[in-house]
Each structure stands twice: as C-alpha cells, then as structure tokens.
Design a protein around this ligand. Structure first.
Ligand code: HEM
Length: 416
C-alpha cells in the first residue's frame, strides 16, 4: 500500500505521513526496502555532511543503471565517484557556462516562433525540445554534423520513452533494474542509442586537435584520470548519457512549472517581462521550492550513523525530503503560496532549499540549469503573451521519477 501511495500520489502521501508522524518517518517501498524520510534541516545537514564512506548515493540510484551504465557519476560511490565528478566538473564551470547563453536564447527563440496563436498549446513537450536541444548542442558543439545529431536526438527520445512504458516499469518493479538492463527486449531498444552516441564520439576523436573547442565532449576527450589515462569509450558514453538524461527533462519540467505558477500569479508575467535580474532569479528559486522536480534524494547507510538523534544501521536508506523541507512553515511562511519575493527578502539556505540535493552529490548541473531557466524564461516573456487555459492550478503528476504539471502546462499564446 505504501509503495502504491508513493508511486501514485506522492505529495499527499508525504504530507499525511508528516502530519501523523512528524519530521522523521519510515516508509517501506517494494524492491527498495526501508526508507526514512527526513524534513528537519538539521537532520538533512547531518546527511549532506556525513563522513566519506558512511552513506552511498550511487547504489540507491540503481534504477537508472539500465539507461546510464556502470560508469555513470550518478551510480558510483566513494573514490570512484569523486574521480568521475572531478572529470565532469570543468565543463560546468560558471564562466564557460555563460558562453552557452546566446545559444540557449537562440534555441528558445526558434522554438517560440513555432507556437500557434489563439489555441491551446501544451508547453511541457515544447520545453523538452528546447532543453534537449540546449544540452545536445552544449555537449556536442554547434558544428556537429546535422544528420548525426538528428539521429542521436531521435534515438534519445526512444530511450526516454521507455521510462513511461508500463510494461518496462512493471518489469523494473518486479525484478529490479539489473534484470531489466540485461533483458533482451531492453537491450534491443537501447542498442541504437548507444550506436548513435559512439558514432559521435568516434567522429570527434577522428577530428584530431580539440584544444580550441569548449563543447563538453571535446573537454571530456581531453580530460585525464589521476594516472594520466584518457576516458574510455564506455566511460564517455555513460557520462554523456548521464548528462543528457539528468539534464534535459528535469530542466524542461522546472521551466514548465515556472510558467504554470507565474500565469496564476497576478502581474507575475508582466514583472518577468520587465527583466529585473533579481526577480527572474527569485522566480526560478521559488518555482524549484514549491514544485521541486524530484521530491527526495536518497542515501544508503553503509556504516552506523546518528541522524536527528536516531541511530541508523547499514541497510536503511535515508531520504532527505526536498518536498517537505520546502513546505516548512517555520522557514517559508504560507508555504503553499507561490511568492517569488520571499527569495528577494531572504537568500536560499543550504539545508532549507534543496532542489539540487546536497553535499558531495549535489547536482553537477545546478548552476547550468538555473542559468538556462532564466535565459529561456526571459525569451518566452519577451516574445509571447501567455494565458492559462483554466484558472485552476495544474495537478502534480509523477512521470517516472519526476513530478510534472498534470496538463503539461496548457496555455494560449498570442504575439507580445
Ligand atoms: C532544474 C533542473 C535540475 C534539477 C531539479 C536537478 C536535480 C538533481 C538532483 C536532486 C540530484 C541528486 C543530488 C543528490 O543526490 O544530492 C542531481 C544530480 C545530478 N545532476 Fe541534476 N538537476 C537538474 C539539472 C541538471 C543538469 C542541467 C545537469 C547537467 C547538465 C544535471 C546533472 C546532474 C548530475 C551529473 C548529477 C549527479 C551528481 C553526483 O552524483 O555527483 N542536472 N540533480
């Protein structure tokens, strides 16, 4: 019953459990075992600052293994995880990221120009297209062969679709991710994706001198492990898939929520259009507070640890609960209200604003995603007038592991 409630109605389920049991409660999830949800910022801090080796996140993300592969930074732990993280960090460095701004805006403008006028339009799939294009061009560069990228985009969409197929998810729930990853049906569906990624890697390698390039693939091809060795093909494939999958649906969903919420805030869109940098930033922060894309992060206990005054033994999973921390009335008065100004009045706290998780596992793309959201929101506000198709808020719907707007952010657009 708990697994079912968690899968189908996660938000009311978490809220009811907190009302009944307080800031720390236990949930038993099929295939996953015992999860302890935490929503006291002090307890969250204890988790995010735990000594190395005590908590593992990689193992707990094993559901993603069939898609991402064994080398993915999301799935590794301990020294191996830190080594991969070090290789992946440079491309996401602030200054480098700013250079992608113009490309992001251009992609958004091209997409917005195709929006029909005067009839209902679902923005979520449109945002998916934009963020996929942004991540593809950032990873592979602006000048990659168009046919090769078209093929890759189509194959990636197929791979992402697999997560929404009841048969695949049922197989995952019944027999676990490793069984799914090895199954012939799944491998047959993934093979073309892998082939498309290897094709791009091979072509870039063959190009020779990469020193002048700043796309992520070229940077990773030049990166070196501590022992001086370059990244292998499978390793590159796994990290590129990780960035592609971790980086585009999440950002598209957050963007869709930003617009869904702004359209129901009187004057919200108009203020966004004015372009005040701090307000745009506050909109992004408040969206990710009220509608976090992922409701929890998870850590498996590997060595005994005390959190929130309770001793936990190996085997338990600790789940800092993003959704419940973000709904604390002592930190966020009137927590259910969408009010961007709260982040103009008070900065986001490390252990009270956690849409990107925390500690050594904090999202590698956090700065990238916020920068991208701000860039795209500005373009949308400048290029189009939008109104919601109904005044009622869109319900929160789970799509695989993300929480998305139930009607796909339905709007009616007209010229600005
Ligand atoms: C609004 C958009 C996004 C949200 C809400 C989001 C959220 C998250 C969360 C909650 C985690 C887990 C953190 C933890 O366990 O403490 C994570 C990890 C990660 N994210 Fe994101 N993310 C977003 C965008 C991106 C983008 C754009 C990229 C890449 C371009 C990215 C790459 C990653 C990677 C590589 C990790 C694994 C980090 C590690 O395990 O060390 N994410 N993200």
């Amino acid at each position: 019953m708990q697994t079912l409630a968690w899968m189908t109605r996660p938000m009311p389920f978490m809220e009811r459990a907190r009302a009944r049991y307080g800031d720390m409660f236990t949930v038993r999830i099929a295939q996953e075992g015992t999860w302890v949800f935490l929503s006291d910022p002090e307890a969250v801090k204890e988790v995010f600052t735990a000594r190395p080796g005590v908590l593992h996140a990689g193992e707990a993300n094993a559901v993603l293994r069939p898609w991402l592969g064994d080398n993915s930074v999301l799935l590794l732990d301990g020294p191996q995880h830190l080594a991969q993280r070090k290789l992946l960090l440079p491309p996401f460095h602030g200054e480098r990221m700013q250079r992608y701004g113009e490309v992001m805006a251009e992609i958004a403008r091209e997409e917005v120009a195709t929006w029909p006028t005067g009839r209902p339009l679902k923005l979520w799939p449109r945002m998916q297209k934009v963020t996929l294009e942004v991540i593809v061009r950032t990873i592979f560069g602006d000048d990659e062969d168009a046919a090769r990228l078209d093929n890759l985009r189509a194959r990636l969409r197929d791979a992402a679709e697999l997560t929404t197929q009841p048969r695949v998810m049922l197989q995952m729930a019944a027999r676990g991710p490793d069984h799914l990853g090895r199954s012939r049906g799944f491998r047959t569906r993934m093979a073309p994706v892998d082939a498309a990624v290897y094709d791009v890697i091979d072509a870039r390698r063959a190009q020779g001198d990469l020193s002048g390039r700043d796309d992520i693939l070229s940077l990773l091809l030049q990166a070196r492990h501590e022992d001086g060795s370059p990244m292998g093909d499978q390793e590159l494939r796994d990290e590129l898939m990780t960035i592609l999958i971790a980086g585009h649906e999440t950002t598209a969903t957050a963007l869709s929520w930003a617009i869904e919420r702004l359209l129901r805030l009187p004057g919200g869109m108009a203020r966004l259009r004015e372009g005040d940098e701090d307000y745009v930033d506050a909109v992004v922060k408040e969206t990710l507070r009220l509608r976090p894309v992922l409701p929890i992060v998870v850590r498996q206990v590997k060595q005994p640890i005390r959190v929130g005054g309770v001793d936990f033994a190996p085997g338990v999973t600790l789940a800092p609960c993003i959704h419940l921390v973000h709904r604390r009335p002592d930190v966020y008065p009137q927590p259910a209200r969408f009010r961007p100004e709260r982040f103009l009045e008070r900065p986001a706290g490390t252990y009270t604003w956690l849409p990107f998780g925390g500690g050594v596992r904090r999202c590698l793309g956090a700065a990238f995603a916020q920068f991208e959201m701000k860039t795209i929101l500005r373009v949308v506000a400048q290029e189009r007038r939008l109104e919601a198709t109904t005044p009622a808020a869109e319900p929160v719907r789970r799509r695989a592991i993300t929480l998305t707007p139930g009607r796909g952010t339905e709007v009616i657009a007209s010229p600005a």
